[in-house]
Design a protein around this ligand. Structure first.
Ligand code: G3H
Ligand code: 13P
Ligand code: ZN
Length: 305
């Protein structure tokens, strides 16, 4: 069933697991994620970025997810990194059950002002709101400790932000970054900072940029061009620490993109004579499903639907 994210995430934080949030932009990704969630009896958040909305069209995305949500597990349809207030308003009115307003690149005062506006629109319709404070960049990207501290989320500012805006969940910057370039090395999370945030911020905390090549899924390591066990982003052990310290929603996009691409490459090279897209996409779907299921195990959401 289609549900808002707030109650799901509140429950997850109180019980010590995290709900996986996967970026989707087409039927293949959505079906793979749904197959995984149904198999694992896991609640699931399917989220669409502004780019995904532009690519597939909001109406197509909503229609597909409404069908997917006929499954007997909780499904959230969420806007990821909404920066355009009009798009967010449109999504709330059209049937999304959760939205993220990302004002993290704005001055704090403006971020608070815009987030409050979104909260007012959304809550009137029973839609949940995620907001963001802090700049998402890998710890290794900062040249000095001072620079790092200025960009990562400040615990007191985060608490003040949550109180003033009334948002339902809060994305924080503790050292992760978006995309595949983080796989050049291990990403170490600032767990001490997260502990301080969690002491002051009682709403569910959201971790973005959480992909980490699964070193034992051969095709993924190969897709990145690394040996198995060599290419790693966010480590499972760090994810588990983050969940222990208040993280209740974890965003994954890049790992699914890698799985999709690895599956397509394998199919095109193994089946040079096949021209049926359904057959060519099958390995990609299976690999995406495998990745999504692994995430549900690591996040502890298996069996929590
Ligand atoms: O955090 C960003 C997501 O990975 C979405 O990426 O804007 O290319 O759809 P996208
Ligand atoms: P990854 O690029 O690490 O998958 O992060 C995705 C994300 O945070 C989407 O909002
Ligand atoms: Zn993100």
């Amino acid at each position: 069933m289609l549900v808002p994210s707030a109650p799901l995430l509140k429950k997850a934080r109180s019980k010590g697991y995290a709900v996986p949030a996967f970026n989707i932009n087409n039927l293949e990704v959505l079906k793979s994620v749904m197959d995984a969630a149904i198999k694992m009896k896991s609640p699931v958040i399917v989220q669409t970025s502004e780019g995904a909305i532009e690519y597939a069209g909001m109406e197509y995305l909503i229609a597909m997810v409404r069908v997917a949500a006929k499954a007997k597990i909780p499904v959230v349809l969420h806007v990821d990194h909404g920066k355009n207030l009009q798009t967010i308003k449109q999504a709330i009115d059209a049937g999304y059950t959760s939205v993220m307003y990302d004002g993290s690149s704005l001055p704090n005062k403006k971020n608070i002002e815009n987030t409050k506006k979104v909260v007012a629109w959304a809550h009137k319709k029973g839609v949940s709101v995620e907001a963001e404070i802090g700049v998402l960049a890998g710890i290794e990207d900062f040249v000095s400790v001072e620079e790092r501290d200025a960009k990562l989320t400040d615990p007191k500012q985060a608490a003040d932000f949550a109180k003033k805006t009334g948002c339902d969940s809060l994305a924080v910057a503790i050292g992760t970054s978006h995309g595949a370039y983080k796989f050049k090395g291990e990403t170490h999370l600032d767990i001490e900072r997260l502990k301080q945030i969690a002491k002051l911020v009682k709403i569910p905390i959201v971790l973005h940029g959480a992909s980490g090549v699964l070193e034992d899924v051969k095709a993924l390591a190969e897709c990145y061009g690394a040996k198995i066990g060599e290419a790693r982003g966010v480590l499972d052990a760090d994810i588990k620490q983050a969940i222990k310290n208040g993280v209740a929603k974890i965003n994954i996009d890049t790992d699914l993109r890698l799985a999709f691409t690895a599956g397509i490459r394998e199919a095109v090279s193994d089946m040079p004579k096949v021209i049926d897209p359904r057959k060519l996409l099958e390995p990609a779907n299976l690999l995406m499903r495998e990745v999504a299921m692994r995430k549900m195990e690591v996040f502890g959401s298996k069996g929590k639907a």
